[in-house]
Design a protein around this ligand. Sequence first.
Ligand code: UTP
Length: 277
Amino acid sequence: MIRKCLFPAAGYGTRFLPATKAVPKEMLPILSKPLLQYGVEEALSAGITNMAIVTGRGKRAIEDHFDNAFELESQLSGTSQEDYLKEIKEIITKSTFTYVRQKQMLGLGHAILTGEPLIGDEPFAVLLADDLCDCADDGVISQIIEIYNQYQCSVVAIEEVPMHKTKQYGIITGNLIDNSSNTYQVTDMVEKPEEQNAPNNMAIIGRYILTPDIFEILKNIKPDKDGEIQITNALKIQAKRGKVIAYKFKGKRFDCGSVKGYLEATNHFANNLSINS
Ligand code: UTP
């Protein structure tokens, strides 16, 4: 059973400067809702109520967002504007939020390792809020939990990206094991390969189920040339043991860590709004 979702949210968000100088990237809104709230809603819809957030300097707005705001609430109470807070209040009531600060931004693998005290010795979900996914039915976390329940090992959500973009992603190599559910047994992985070195275009996106042995593996991963500890290198060790499944998720993903992806997501959600209203 997956009870906890880890949200690494300590990164600098350099691609979005100057907006992210004082505002956490994860708090940038798509329409009126911050990216991280979409992520928390996705975890909740998968039955997870324990949200473990890795934050850092300049990220305090995240804690305030997922907390009661008594002054604002009493001001709006009984007015027609009360409804604006309804969704977030429901989320706060249903979920528990725990936090840990990453003291040095040493990469995603390091951020996940920083979350160990919040997770403990159990399998858990990881959600990168800047990868915003819109799914017709179940959210991506629900989809990969189903795969985890079947195989009981780490699961990564993947999508096919244009070959010239492989250098932005972890790329998997694997054998198709279930045609109907687009599931692969991962045999190898490579972090951000140049197009000419990439084995294919199957890229890992910001949704994972990880088994807790990942923490011990991460402790022994050497930093890369930029001094970062990459989760891909830890997953590669699990993959060599036959313990990683890749799953081509059903839905559409937007890379909201880039201005282009953020704009596309805004347009997509705005169009859905006008179709539905
Ligand atoms: P990104 O690779 O998008 O890095 O991180 P970033 O620093 O946020 O953004 P850019 O590339 O500088 O524009 C993917 C996810 O991992 C988290 C980020 O917050 C984001 O959710 N992360 C990354 C950490 O929590 N700590 C890190 O040291 C690095």
